[in-house]
Ligand binder design. Structure first.
Ligand code: AMP
Length: 543
């Protein structure tokens, strides 16, 4: 027997319509590429999303068509999120840090009809020039006064919106309708497209808003340093308006000093981003002697946050929440907020727990399995490949049957490629990407574990551990360090630091210094590039 309740399809534009009604004071503050600060309420963004939908319709965009963006975090990008999905088309965000080759592949694979770019990225699309599909319409996210001279045929965003009505008759869409497309930053092979639906996006926004409620309160000012081109900025453009939090969009300036100034001026209460960004902000806080006024919480994810970083913020009175997820998971899967009883634990134990990736979100199931696919115990010790299942997780990849077939196991779980333990309290601890683990004499060494500890040295600015082939042990760890200050750390002193937490056989065999670590397009250390850099490296006792 069915329940007797109304059923209305979950729809992305409904989030913004709701925010316009229910949170009239909330909205967006954006650092524009034109150089100034722009403010608009969610109500205004809703009206402009309507104007955009009219304009796109005139450009020939229909249901299921792809409208791409190469843009920073700003109000126009936000309007595209809603206008495009709301009219039944698909918002395809492209990471500008990808190579030209990958970008062209993605634009071609997605079959984009329109590409909207920030002023900053006009030279980038000019360089792609004749390789771009002939029919692709190019829109620059600016006004007439700032339109650049270009050999390309460029449309002006504000000119497109200006004549259009602010009221749009948003279609009622099946909630499974595709709404947004984001390609993984795959390090091997071509990027693969995660195609989110209205249903998955709204459910993700609801769960994120409920779970991360310390950050997403009504009246809060949230700064997404995580880009709108990286998994929908972890869902913030949807979860923040739903919760009544305002978004402070930083535009292109993401260095520690610029972020600090913006946070202080706009009373930012919480900021979200990858660990590399927070290293810059922490250094700035140290220089200025105090955190930005009113700043309460850092949300960190995308790669493992070192314990020293978490402790540094916590000591300055800023709560750190460590989250884990993937492009294929919309992306948030777990969060590291401590449960109520854990807040009575000693500081040291709290910090240990905070460096884990934490508990699952509602609707996300986790399992770890051994090489034969057998589920392993959640006892904090058994280590296996992590699989996930839920309404906000991909069931395959866009127009890629081969990759789709490999992604899901026989029981319908998605293989993350991460290796993890889960403890009795459900706390997930990511040990490594499966391909980054170091297998020494048949035993596994977690590169993340070693890196986290080494980051605690005052003489280390950044570090990475990679596997180097060894004739006796198979693989042994090499530690690569970016030194901080004038005096370089020695291998002996780092061994001493490590020995407090890891076994002797897990210690790195050698130490090398570099000026900087190679980063991927999403700001994570690229172990693949680093392994190439140290290809053929000979460890001291390798014979
Ligand atoms: P992406 O799809 O680019 O978001 O990358 C997802 C991958 O990033 C995951 O499979 C993890 O390997 C890694 N990752 C994300 N968040 C964390 C975290 N908090 N700690 C460790 N690794 C993480």
């Amino acid at each position: 027997m069915h329940g007797m309740m109304m059923s209305q399809p979950l729809s992305i534009i409904e989030i913004l319509r709701y925010a316009s009604d229910a949170h009239p004071g909330a909205g967006l503050v954006s650092v524009r590429t034109e150089g100034d600060i722009h403010r608009e309420t969610y109500a205004k963004a809703y009206r402009r999303a309507g104007q955009l939908a009219h304009a796109l319709k005139k450009l020939g965009v229909g249901r299921g068509d792809r409208v791409a963006t190469i843009a920073w975090n700003g109000y126009r990008h936000f309007e595209i999120y809603y206008g495009v999905s709301g009219m039944g088309a698909i918002c395809h965000t492209i990471n500008p840090r990808l190579s030209a080759e990958q970008m062209l592949y993605i634009i071609g694979h997605a079959g984009d009809q329109v590409l909207c770019v920030d002023l900053t990225f006009v030279p980038l699309i000019e360089a792609l020039g004749e390789h771009l599909p002939k029919a692709l319409k190019l829109v620059v996210l600016t006004d007439r006064a700032h339109m650049p001279d270009s050999k390309l045929d460029l449309l002006c965003y504000e000119d497109l919106l200006e004549p259009e009505s602010t009221s749009y008759d948003w279609p009622v869409l099946d909630e499974q309708t595709a709404a947004a497309l984001c390609y993984t930053s795959g390090t091997t092979g071509n990027p693969k497209g995660a195609l989110y639906s209205h249903r998955s996006t709204v459910l993700h926004a609801m769960v994120v808003a409920i779970t991360l409620n310390k950050s997403l309160m009504e009246g809060a000012n949230v700064l997404p340093v995580v880009p709108l081109f990286h998994v929908n900025a972890w869902g913030l453009p949807y979860a923040a308006p739903l919760a009544g939090a305002s978004l402070v969009m930083p535009g292109p300036k993401l260095d520690g000093a610029s972020l600090f100034d913006l946070m202080e001026a706009e009373h930012v209460t919480s900021a979200w981003g990858v660990p590399t960004v927070w290293l810059g902000l922490r250094a700035e806080i140290e220089t200025r002697g105090a955190p930005p006024k009113g700043f309460q919480q850092v949300m960190v994810g995308g790669s493992a946050a070192p314990r020293s970083m978490i402790e540094g913020f916590e000591k300055a009175g800023i709560d750190v929440c460590h989250a884990w997820g993937m492009t294929e998971m919309s992306p948030v899967g777990t969060h590291g907020q401590l449960s109520a009883p854990m807040k009575d634990l000693a500081w040291d134990e709290q910090m240990r727990l905070k460096s884990f990736q934490g508990r699952r979100l509602f609707g996300v199931d986790l399992k770890i399995v051994d090489e034969t696919g057998k589920p392993l115990a959640h006892d904090g010790r058994a280590m296996g490949e992590l699989y996930v299942r839920g309404n906000t997780i991909v069931s395959g990849y866009f127009d890629n049957p081969e990759a789709s077939a490999k992604a899901i196991d026989a029981d319908g779980w998605f293989g993350t490629g991460d290796v993890a333990t889960i403890d009795e309290h459900g706390f997930l601890s990511i040990q490594d990407r499966a391909k980054d683990l170091i297998k020494s004499g048949g035993e596994w060494i977690s590169s993340i574990d070693l890196e986290n500890i080494v980051m605690g040295s005052p003489r280390v600015a950044a570090c990475a551990v990679i596997a180097i082939a060894h004739p006796k042990w198979g693989e042994r760890p090499l530690l690569v360090v970016v030194p901080k200050g004038d005096e370089r750390p020695t291998l002996d002193e780092l061994h001493e630091l490590l020995l407090a937490s890891v076994a002797k056989w897990q210690l790195p065999d050698a130490l090398e210094f570099v000026e900087e670590l190679p980063l991927t397009a999403t700001g994570k250390v690229s172990k693949m590039t680093l392994r190439k850099q140290f290809e053929g490296y000979r460890l001291p006792d390798a014979g």
